[in-house]
Design a protein. Sequence first.
Length: 253
Amino acid sequence: MSKPLQNRIALVTGASSGLGRHFAITLAKAGAKVAVAARRVDKLDDLVAEIATFDGHALPIALDVTDPASVTEAVRVAETELGAIGILVNNAGIVQAKPALEIDEADWEYVIGTNLTGAWRVAREVARHMVRMGHGGSIINMASILGEGVTKQLSTYAISKAGVVQMTRALALELAKDNIRVNAMAPGYIATELNQEYFETDIGKALINKIPQRRLGQPEDLDGTLMLLAGDGSAFMTGSVITVDGGHTLAIA
Ligand code: NAD
């Protein structure tokens, strides 16, 4: 039976854990060959093994999005080993919680350098290859509901994700002529290992109660949006930012 992303080549950044790991599995199940990228390749072993259990294909690649040479090399290796990248899931990201006035230059550089500059660097490199190969493709950036609204202690994160939203629109505008679509997903709170403990605390539980659907998102809740943006169903969509948040951002109070 043919799969929706059969013969497509995808690159997923930050694939060693959380959503990136989940996205890699979803794309591989849909038939894509997936370059799974993370800073430490040994952390990708069990992901590659899991993908192999359903006869999927994954290639582990070393990538630090804060290092320009690493980005160039990762994209080169992915294309040499798998073929022309048609789907980029620009997922690598970090969070740092600090009061606004305690943030120093290094904190700023850490978060903005990873979430915004890093995502831009990977998008630019992959898009350059897509233009050179002449086949177009789909770039999916990971924004957040904090790219629009803000919350205390997460100013650098929110600023970085607002930048990702505008990067999505700016690249979409310039790259449309090359048949490259650039869209973003803006998830609300999604349960991953990273935030599991927090959402078991009283403050975390109170936060969940404020979400209109009264639950955290699960990684699978993003699969529909991922598949839409990765595949031909979104052929006429570019520069879109899709919110997936259980209604979190609807209410004023
Ligand atoms: P996570 O920490 O589990 O995954 C992030 C991944 O990025 C990790 O594998 C990490 O190693 C990798 N990474 C960090 N710095 C890197 C670097 N310099 N180079 C390469 N890889 C690097 O977190 P997650 O929850 O899975 O988040 C994935 C993406 O989704 C992030 O961009 C995050 O901002 C975004 N997001 C998450 C949520 C959520 O609630 N989980 C909500 C909205 C947006």
